[in-house]
Unconditional design. Structure first.
Length: 250
């Protein structure tokens, strides 16, 4: 297990290199190597102390926030790279709704690097949060899969877009008040019936672009745990701060 963790860390570190050819930075629009230049990453993606369970900001040295201590979520840990705020909220919106798939490698590299720095053993399986069939047809791609498949290649872990299913279409979470989001996704996910045995004993990472209240992740984690998953982590590029809490990106 120790050797696997070392290999996991070396692989993810190797994938944080920049692209070979110059590109216009999606944030500052200056020329650099990579879709987001190194100075912008240094400025807007500064690591901060986050709760190991839900990835909300905590004071340095505090491993788990009070909320997670009192009411632990169904998932075991969360990795988030940045706060969902300027300038990343604009980029995530472009990636998610406007076909800016060239941002996928940027998000995936950051997720892989953060995962490699974690003390947890690497997962055996990456599962993207699935879209409803109608939304997938409308958008043409699942942004969570665009991140998950790249992270999987970078850390040499299997990513599977078909094991987890969305069996009920739901209203978009962003359109609902936070206290209604858990009910909105209740019963919306299931494991492919003929492959349910593939989940038992696995260390699984649920991959998505953004985590807001954690309701979707909690619902999926519950389904996976019920099927026998040994450990369920959540890996996202961005985490929405607490209500009223300013983004730490600037």
């Amino acid at each position: 297990m120790l050797e696997a963790r070392r290999l996991f860390a070396r692989t993810a570190r190797a994938t944080t290199g920049l692209t070979r050819w110059p590109s216009l930075c999606a944030i500052c629009h200056g020329w650099g190597r990579g879709r987001v230049c190194t100075p912008c990453l240094d400025r807007f993606a500064v690591p901060i102390s986050r709760c190991q369970r839900c990835a909300l900001q905590v004071k340095p040295g505090v491993p788990v926030c009070g909320t997670c201590l009192g009411t632990p979520p169904p998932f075991d840990s969360t990795i988030a790279c940045v706060d969902y705020g300027p300038p990343w909220d604009r980029l995530v919106t472009q990636f998610k709704f406007h076909g800016a798939l060239d941002l996928g490698p940027v998000f995936a590299r950051r997720v892989a690097a953060h995962a490699a720095s974690s003390a947890e053993p690497p997962p055996t399986l990456l599962l993207p949060v699935p879209l409803a069939a109608a939304r997938l047809r409308e958008r043409g791609y699942n942004q969570a899969w665009e991140v998950a498949r790249r992270v999987g290649r970078q850390i040499d872990a299997r990513a599977d877009p078909r094991l987890l299913l969305r069996i009920r279409d739901t209203a978009h979470q962003l359109a609902l008040p936070p206290d209604e989001r858990a009910g909105n996704v209740r019963g919306a996910f299931a494991i492919e019936p003929q492959r349910r045995g593939e989940v038992a004993g696995q260390r699984i990472a649920i991959v998505d672009d953004v985590m807001t209240t954690g309701s979707t992740a909690a619902e999926i984690a519950g389904v996976l745990k019920q099927a026998g998953a040994a450990h369920v982590a959540v890996w996202v590029f961005a985490r929405t701060p607490r209500p009223g809490e300013a983004s730490t990106n600037a």
